[in-house]
Write a protein of this length. Structure first.
Length: 391
């Protein structure tokens, strides 16, 4: 068993290296990706975990083909919950890095075009030597960003891979459609967590274009007409199911009207007339809770609110420090008037005591004056008596 695991993992690593190479990627076929799907459904858990790990390692590169993200979504039916949550976190990281890479490319192109326009308008002279450099850079920058790099585009490949699963035999099997809802929900919950407001237009146009196409890998022969019809029904049932899931999971995004179509890879899909029929059985019903989708504007507002909250917290801290400083100063200032008040009160008490003393002084003087008068009279009588005796 260990040798079989080693051989399969080595073959997987070689196949992934060929897929990630831009030269060999154009020569790859859908059957090459379906080989990886068989490894993801291997009965041994070691092979499954190693294949998911290899896919996540290659998806760290934002230029890696988006089919690998669609293959990573098959972890929705893994028996271990911890493994599912781990892959879900990896998917969120991959989606965020890919969106940031696309934003950087768009900002670089807009900045380069503004620099070129300013360079053309500032000088009226002909710079013959700079024409070659500007032409070479403009040819590189005039190329539009590959729409297949967007993480939302993984839905096209994922629906195709689900339609090719060997367990999905009848398109109106209700139990199988419930399992397919689990797969599609696992992808949508990762894509709709942080998305742009215009994603609803993209999804509607994408599902419309898949509904107006058929499987390109099936050859149009008389013997394969039944297989072709079954393949078309399976694919279109999954499209109808994805539309129902989106309308219930993110109803605010699906309110828009989209009449345009999204271009699909010619290797997988072939254009036909738009199929207005819905292949979902009447007994099939889904009730899903709406997910809280945070758009880019919401994330910006959340960032602004976070910054404002931080600023208010800093201001509150500064105010609290200022109030604490002011309270300390007021305590110091208030302590001094208390002492002065105490001094004043003590001084007032002393003044009152002095006033009382001053009020009591004339009485004492009166008493002393009243006491001194008889003493003087006695002295005068004694003096007169002495004079009489002497005489």
């Amino acid at each position: 068993e260990s040798e079989i695991i080693y051989i399969r993992v080595c073959g997987l690593s070689c196949l992934l290296k060929l897929i990630c190479n831009p030269y060999f990627y154009t020569r790859m076929k859908p059957d090459d990706f379906l080989i990886i799907v068989t490894l993801l459904r291997d009965p041994s858990s070691i092979i499954r975990q190693r294949t998911y790990r290899k896919l996540a390692e290659h998806l760290r590169d934002p230029i890696c083909p988006i089919e690998l993200l669609a293959l990573l979504t098959f972890a929705a039916k893994e028996p271990e919950r911890e493994h599912r949550e781990q892959i879900r976190r990896l998917m969120l990281q991959i989606i965020d890095t890919r969106r940031e890479h696309i934003k950087l490319q768009l900002s670089y192109k807009t900045a380069h075009t503004t620099i070129q326009n300013n360079h053309e308008h500032t000088n009226g002279f002909n710079h013959d030597n700079d024409d070659d450099n500007t032409n070479s850079s403009s040819t590189n920058n005039d190329k539009p960003i590959d729409y297949t790099l967007y993480p939302e585009y993984s839905l096209t490949y994922f629906l195709y891979f689900l339609s090719k699963s060997p367990a999905f035999i009848l398109y109106d099997d209700i139990e199988m459609l419930h399992t397919m809802t689990d797969y599609i929900l696992f992808l949508f919950d990762a894509l709709l967590l942080r998305c742009d407001t215009t994603v609803g237009l993209f999804y509607k146009g994408l599902l419309r274009s898949i509904k107006s196409s058929e499987d390109a890998t099936i050859v149009l022969d008389k013997e394969e007409k039944i297989e072709r019809k079954d393949a078309i029904k399976k694919l279109h049932v999954l499209v109808d199911l994805a539309y129902v899931i989106l309308s219930q999971r993110a109803s605010s995004l699906m309110m828009c009207r989209a009449s345009s179509n999204v271009p699909l890879p010619d290797m997988y899909f072939k254009k036909t007339r738009y199929n207005h029929l819905s292949y979902l059985p009447k007994d099939f019903k889904i009730k899903l809770k709406p997910i809280t989708t945070t758009t880019v504007s919401d994330t910006l507002t959340n960032k602004r609110t976070i910054i404002n909250n931080l600023e208010t917290n800093n201001n509150d801290n500064n105010n609290t420090t200022a109030t604490s400083v002011s309270t300390t100063t007021t305590t110091t200032t208030t302590t001094t008037p208390k002492t002065t008040r105490r001094k004043r009160t003590s001084g007032g008490e002393n003044e009152n005591e002095d006033d009382n003393k001053e009020q009591n002084l004339p009485n004492k003087r009166r008493k002393t004056s009243a006491n001194t008068k008889p003493q003087k009279r006695k002295m005068n009588h004694s003096i007169t008596e002495n004079e009489d005796n002497n005489s």
